[in-house]
Design a protein around this ligand. Sequence first.
Ligand code: NAD
Length: 473
Amino acid sequence: MRNYLKHYINGEWVDSTGSETEEVINPATEEVIGKISLGTKEDLDKAVKAARDAFPSFSQTTKEERVEMLENIAKEYENRKEDIIETITDELGSPLEISENIHFMMGYNHFSQAAESLKNFSFIEEHDGHTRMKESIGVSGLITPWNFPTNQTSTKIASAFAAGSPVVLKPAELTPFAAVILTEIFDKVGVPKGVFNLVNGSGSVIGDGISSHPDIDFVSFTGSGATGEKIMKNASETIKKVALELGGKSPLIVLEDANVEEAAKAAVGHIATNSGQVCSAATRTLIPASMKEEFEEAMKKSLSEFPVGDPRQGNHIGPLVSKKQWDTVQSYIEKGIEEGATMIAGGTGKPEGLDKGYYTKPTIFTDVDNQMVIAQEEIFGPVMTVLTYDTLEEAIETANETIYGLAGYVYGKDPAMLRKAASGIRAGRVKVNDTEADFSSPFGGFKQSGIGREWGDYGIEEYLEVKTILGYP
Ligand code: NAD
């Protein structure tokens, strides 16, 4: 049992000033695996004060000192590899190989990349007639969701540290244990007192407290659009800068000359990875009408290679994170049936033999119209919608008919068509075929998918203010 009832404030584990706690559940077994304290506004005030007190000295540390700190963090993060993998599998239900290859690796890559980006980052630029200086923004409040417990926290913390900004982190209540390991890592490598503070708690108390706190200068939030809206409203009262990484309903355009099996496998991979609980997952696959039958068959075949089951047994699809998420996904599958889409795989209820745990059947709907609810709303589970198109122009138009713009994917061979599709999609990140991830590249959304960018040097920029000096001697 992991009972983490303390917050980490000013370089120490301290008791909560409140007595409320929340249980953490393993979604694969539905068993309680530990508890956290739900912090109070008093706890938050103490953490913000510690960060504020740390600001004058931390913001003046040299680039080299911060590079060394980030490199030490990356090394110690590697030392905690097994613990991180086990913890994420227990709290999130992601299969061990996903916890290792995606969750563990993303956190590691963000710390290493921040160190690299920082080495080449210029905090002072001479221009004709003026000098520009980039200075730490001040104290940053970080609020993160449950679906990537190390990725979202690490990208924010690494960028803030690179920029010289002390932070207060509030991780998601459903998956809080990975952040405890990160805290232990920072403590071990000697991150200066007050530079990192962890306050566990609810969105309505600690999250709300962060977005409205007069001594926090910047809020970086990842989560749902509804919460993002509240944070922006709250932050406006103290004219606080906000960065929002929100949801998506990303398109995957399959071109006429694409390898059908590879493209179908990629599409299925999007709903299988992390049980489809990925903000940037492709959940609308657009295929040429002429390819329909062949593609549907290839998708069914590919899905049969992703069994659902115990995340500790090496299966590819684990459970959803919670009963609430399970209910949401079920209601969208029911909605798809009601809207008249054709269900070629999956359906409602639990997969056979998996009565315990929040397992759901990966589901594929074809004959989907882009105006249907299942094509417009973020489901956040293993549910794919497949739409057909006649011309590439039509495919691009349909791809963009959404309030979101987080990501897009294109599969095919002809470079001119690939370029046309990739540049036509209005989203912050478009991936062509099976290109590798690049942690130096900016990540963030157009439209209602968010404001701002994370990762690499763009991530660091978020935690900086630009000062112009005229006549700098
Ligand atoms: P959520 O908005 O419910 O919660 C996210 C965080 O906000 C949690 O820590 C929660 O406690 C906190 N919170 C809740 N109410 C709050 C309030 N009033 N004020 C301040 N904080 C509050 O989202 P979730 O269900 O945890 O995460 C799923 C959502 O996150 C999906 O929409 C997904 O697309 C999005 N997401 C986006 C990205 C991205 O990079 N764009 C990445 C991962 C997840």
